[in-house]
Design a protein around this ligand. Sequence first.
Ligand code: ZN
Length: 386
Amino acid sequence: MTQTPSTYEVVISGGRVIDPASGRDEVTDVAIADGRIAAIGPDLGAGTSQTIDATGSYVLPGLVEGHTHIFEYVSKVGAPAYEAHLRRGVVAAADAGTAGASTFAAFRKLVVEPNPMRIVNFLNVSVLGLIDFRYGELLNPDTLSVEDALQVASENPDVVRGFKIRLSEDVVGDQITPLLKKAVDLGEQGGLPVMVHIGETALSVPEIVDMLRPGDVIAHCYTGKAPTILGEDRQVQKEIYAARERGVLYESAHGRSNLSFEVARPAIAEGFLPDVITSDTSARNWRGPVFDLVTSMSKLIALGMTIEQVVPRVTTAPAKLLGIDSEGFGALTVGGPAHVTVLKEVGATVLPDAAGNTIEAPRLEPTAVFLSGAAHELTPWRGLAS
Ligand SMILES: [Zn+2]
């Protein structure tokens, strides 16, 4: 019997395909043609020009990063989007407040437009954005211009998917409550979520979440910087759960100083998991201690989360948060765009948190990434050099 020549361009064969959107979790093949997922099923490889052997690996929807800083050239914290993300398995990302209304046009031109990745943002409520972390962007509270932020958001609905406010005392001075109120009101007027940076804030986390709406996001839920989500009994405070019940979201946002194993470990043990896993990559941490999103995933697995818990939190959940699920991100759908990330587990690696504590655990490493069916070259883990 003659075999029909395959029309597939690439077949990723024999990997464990996990697609939370459809509930699929099985060892099978994924075929790509014309930039789309052409088929998912067994034995698709015959006659295909390129087969990737994914035996023993995870085949996932292209990873989505919900919190990063990629406003390169303009901001001191801006990491290079392509190098830091796509070359480490991430196909879409949200910049979290590096650009403000006055710098957004440059963000669009320098970062969004030239990059093959899908890039959106949480617009900083300060017109200044986060240009230089040494000088808090809201110390002059007048920089929170509702009018300017609404104008940029309404003119750029394809990119602006929310607003960002940092509440640390060195950013807001003594104006935390009025500024947070104004930011939430801005979110309400713009019909968008507000992402709120905690850590070194004058208000407790229960006081902060009490001011948030369903869909608003707490960034750095496992920060070790006071006040944390834990109470004096080292359990997650009941108000934190109550806010989650109302629809407030929590993301892990590692960052240079905001993932504490000492907070994350007991929180995960009692079942308090982040809604979205993010790295908070920036120019200050992409060579360590954060490195990239897959390293943040590895750390949370080392602290007790399972791969089945981690995958939806880096695919379906962030795609929904960023409003790019409707574009086919975060899912492996036959006929949908072929955004695929293949990960394998590599040997035990010493992984640091933000405070210098370490844990030794297997590490996830990307071995292939496809964006709309196009393969992009990966770069080795940056921790190998150090
Ligand atoms: Zn951040």
